[in-house]
Design a protein around this ligand. Sequence first.
Ligand SMILES: [Zn+2]
Ligand SMILES: [Zn+2]
Length: 336
Amino acid sequence: MQRKLIIIACLFMLPALVFGQRKKKKAKHKTKAVAEATVTRSSNSFRVVPLGVLGGIDESNLSAYMVAPTGSDNYVCLDAGTLHAGIEKAIKEKAFEGRSEKILQQNIKGYCISHGHLDHLAGLIINSPEDSAKNIYGLPSTLETLKKHYFSWESWANFADDGEKPALKKYHYAPLQPGTEVDMANTEMQVTAYPLAHSNLTSTAFLVRSKDNYLLYLGDTGADEIEKSQNLHKLWEAVAPLVAEGKLKAIMIEVSFPSDQPDKTLFGHLTPRLLMNEMGVLAQLAGTTLKGLNVVITHMKPPYRTITKIKTQLNYANRNLQMNLIYPRQGQVLEF
Ligand SMILES: [Zn+2]
Ligand SMILES: [Zn+2]
């Protein structure tokens, strides 16, 4: 009697078991199909790993952005305010695997330094003893500051290949002429520099190219109206055709202060109001809407309540242009 019961129970269970297994298999197939679809759909051109995103105070999180073509391990680092702490954070966030020394030495193939302020190059100086040989790209005036004031044997040992002797020749100074594109060694990318007005000195915008895709990174900059300059206007003229053709995948631009910061204490920086004015000029020159354009907001200055204020003002001011505003976080990958 008992045996009969067991057999009947088994007969009832069998279809349930088989069906369950089938269902599981189906589910597995489904996940795979979804994953494949995502891969095919994404047409990302650049992978950006922010090593530092703030405009001051926190020395473990200052302007530095690694960028490579999607699928490549050959990065260039746009500014180098924070390196080691940023790479460690990026490893924690699973942006990279392995040891931070290896990322520094093998994955960063060169630096593009926008200007000589410490918050854009402190990481490069401090990490130089551990670093490998590579190029430092910049306008001649920026490289001159590095030569004279940092790799000078007075501030630090001269790890570069020019300037105060003896030159240890780990880094090669690669001067950029405004508007002239050059290949970046050991990467699949090219760069063109454009000068920016930043209070008493010249800063730089780097237009990075990978095949037919572009990414524009601006170092610190004031607005043309405040700086009595044409530099941003000229930059917008240069990139307007790329915006019109959809080839400019992202603009990375600073907003350091809230809109109520008095003009005389801007020190060559932008506010939400000034950024939107400039983006309006770009839209006009491109003859197209900037709706959905990726705009990464860099260099916001602490304290955090000020940063919150800047974000609120930006989000509100963006209701007309409807750009895709992105607030980068240290170590968290961005893909464009
Ligand atoms: Zn600066
Ligand atoms: Zn700065």
